[in-house]
Design a protein around this ligand. Sequence first.
Ligand code: PEP
Ligand code: MN
Length: 266
Amino acid sequence: MNANLDITPMQEWINTDGKPLIIAGPCSAETEEQVLETANRIKAEGYAHIMRAGVWKPRTRPGSFEGMGEPALQWLVEAKKQTGLPLACEVATPEHVELSLKYGVDVLWIGARTTVNPFNVQDLADALKGVDIPVLVKNPVNPDLALWVGAFERLQNSGLKKLGAIHRGFSNAQETKYRNSPMWQLAVEMKRLFPQLPMIGDPSHMAGKRALLTELSQRILDLNYDGMIIETHRDPDAAWSDASQQVTPEVLGTMLRELEVRQANY
Ligand code: PEP
Ligand code: MN
């Protein structure tokens, strides 16, 4: 594939002191109390550089929780005020972009179900024209590298340079132990095409269940990714979306500290 991207190094928009970037937070913003308690417990653990929370949820099938929408942005603003953690939200439409920018969301991400649709990505790129905000692009749900690359090219054509990739794995046609198969070679190929593109692993959506989080995070760190985005909830089993893959902020802290010790001992 012949492609070229002009990327701002990640450390120029978020300082992690050379450590892997950690984006942590609930799958979804559910209530003000849930957002604020989760945020403060993440902050107290000390590992996170950015807090994530979904405000508009792209559900594969109708009939489940689809996100709290604009009111949740207000709770996130309050969480940032209390913790100082910058905010990351998923955007899927120009309206999501407009509202996220209005409330001062710091980092946007494009979800896997959006990356698959060039019209959709182009609408987002148009809404972001001339806006200097970091945008992370999840891999498309299907293992099609060109769609992932195309999304970056569309954003680049709108003048965006603070770009990063999120590797969240790919849908399975048959049952596997993963909710979304990592297919590591595709992320490795992205990194070969664009060595300067930050690569962030999403072990939560690869795993689908918390028992697999450690081994996937270990692999992500072993492959020298630039960071991880991990779901954490104050009461994971009671989460309104993705309950089985979330852990408490404290369990996440223990896991990250253990992984750090292992990395240091290599
Ligand atoms: C999410 O991050 O909560 C999400 C919906 O992820 P994905 O787009 O990877 O399915
Ligand atoms: Mn989720």
